[in-house]
Write a protein that binds this ligand. Sequence first.
Ligand SMILES: NC(=O)c1ccc[n+]([C@@H]2O[C@H](COP(=O)([O-])OP(=O)(O)OC[C@H]3O[C@@H](n4cnc5c(N)ncnc54)[C@H](O)[C@@H]3O)[C@@H](O)[C@H]2O)c1
Length: 374
Amino acid sequence: MAKKVRVGIVGLGFGAEFIPIYQRHPDAEMYAICRRDRAELDACGDRFGVEKRYTSFEEMIADPDLDAVHINTPIADHAPQAIAALRAGKHVASTVPAATSIDECRQLVEAQRASGKVYMMMETVVYSREYLFVKELYDKGELGRIQFLRGSHQQDMEGWPSYWEGFPPMHYATHCVSPCLALLGKHAESVVCHGSGRIDESLIPKYGSPFAIETATFKLRDSDVCAEVTRSLFNTARQYRESFDVYGSKKSFEWQQIEGEDPVIHTKSTKEHPLSEAEIPQRVQVPDYAHLLPESIRMFTQPSAIQDADHLSFLQGGGHGGSHPHLVHNFLQAVLGRQPAMPDVETSVNWTMVGICAHESALKGGARIEIPRF
Ligand SMILES: NC(=O)c1ccc[n+]([C@@H]2O[C@H](COP(=O)([O-])OP(=O)(O)OC[C@H]3O[C@@H](n4cnc5c(N)ncnc54)[C@H](O)[C@@H]3O)[C@@H](O)[C@H]2O)c1
């Protein structure tokens, strides 16, 4: 492989946000883009100066000069495209979730092992500044023993493209599942989930999923810790929230209630360091983790820098907790063999299967479902 990784991006809605990051990363060549609509493809290619353009994903992955594919197509395409790209000998970065069925998860693991190429699910939350902050606290021992974890991801998807209508909430659960598992470096073993409430009747038939909210508890393998996650997509009033809370024996971290507030750290009162009730919770400003990145892409952790930069004003501010440049950097380092992918394929499918098995549990009235291992 050439020293620079030649990357092709498929899906240019959310996917286009990654183009300028690859273009500025010292280890990457932003080589090709792909979407089916020729006019939209050319508009994107002209905007960013990407010459190699494909309207067919199959043709792109047959290109011998391409090293790696970053998939940002609608959910049902993620696993089939990732499996095809691995079989074509390409490294794969895939947006979340990795797959929509257990069988696809198994095929993904098999395809990655047979190819020996990198597979990494591009989970934004585990590279967000909040997650990196909590992980640092945990690694330094400041949280003490982890006693419980909680994630939630609530979004009002009314008016989004039709493939979202009635989508089972737990089939897109990786944003709330992943921080709970990544913090302790564990996989999930089994899950129990309840469906609650009911979405509009017209939304139900496509996926046969009636629930407004799905809420699950899952057990971590080789651990006494349990985690709980909640998801909603339709007919539920809540500002967008992608959050996690971590309860430790010394300190706990709680996500802010409303966007724009600072999160809270609760400190345990002890005989040696007694605290009043009012002193226990303290709001905390989460630092930036741009220093972990090559200098040329640090700007992408900052919403204001992105908006100021030439022709980048369409990008979402700060890219999901400043995660986008971290994802690009970590994927490229894995492709270059400098570190393992995080998450690797087994972890990516475990995070994804918590949601798939949770929805199965909800449909079975809360039955415990074992999460398969491959
Ligand atoms: N935080 C996150 O991790 C995050 C945030 C936003 C979106 N996403 C994920 O990214 C994906 C894309 O989201 P979006 O909002 O841009 O969706 P979208 O439907 O607006 O865009 C999908 C893009 O893929 C293209 N496409 C679809 N099928 C294709 C095919 N077979 N070949 C080539 N191109 C094809 C479309 O033309 C379009 O450019 C979704 O799966 C979504 O879940 C993740």
